[in-house]
Design a protein around this ligand. Structure first.
Ligand code: RP5
Length: 170
């Protein structure tokens, strides 16, 4: 499923359509930052050839970072990372086991040699922000949008009514 019509710079893959509610948060965040992306559901164990085709195509297209979400014995991010030099960010999907502890450990405990940068369980927004930060290293306009995003979130906390008595305090 293409989330944008412009050439994608971030490829988002998850193991099942049941992961979409989590991974769509990454699509939304990248949209806010004006980073084109595309979202796919490709199981690493049920459709490995299709997954490899996706990675090979991503290598040749404008995709520069991959976000991969999976639940349970979550091998998808590691398998993708094994097939590409592009940075891969793993999103552990919440499950019935310890709220997603199985997914978290499966993704974060990559054996040496093939890294996967892992965010919190369900942390698709942070995966998108990290992907944008990687792209921003060579994109000053995107860097400026990230700075503005951070300023906005700081401002919304400072302006929260619960902090009214701290305004102007040294
Ligand atoms: C993993 O198994 C997927 O990433 C998903 O989180 C989990 C369950 O998949 P479905 O049974 O919903 O297709 O491969």
């Amino acid at each position: 499923m293409a989330a944008e019509t412009q050439a994608a710079r971030v490829g988002i893959v998850c193991g099942s359509r049941s992961d979409f509610p989590v991974m769509e948060k990454a699509v939304e965040m990248l949209g806010k930052l004006e980073v084109p992306c595309e979202l796919h559901a490709i199981s690493a164990h049920r459709a490995p050839d299709l997954l490899f085709r996706f990675v090979a195509r991503a290598e040749k297209s404008g995709i520069r970072v991959i976000i991969a979400g999976a639940g349970g014995a979550a091998h998808l991010p590691g398998v993708i990372a094994a097939k590409t030099i592009m940075p891969v960010i793993g999103v552990p999907i919440p499950t019935q086991i310890g709220g997603g502890l199985d997914s978290l450990l499966s993704i974060v405990q990559m054996p040496k040699g093939i890294p996967v940068a892992t965010v919190a369980v369900g942390g698709a927004e942070n995966a998108a922000l990290l992907a944008a930060e990687i792209l921003a290293l060579s994109d000053p306009a995107l860097r400026a949008r990230l700075v503005s995003y951070r300023e906005g979130q700081t401002r919304s906390i400072e302006e929260d009514e619960s902090n009214a008595n701290l305004r102007g305090a040294g």
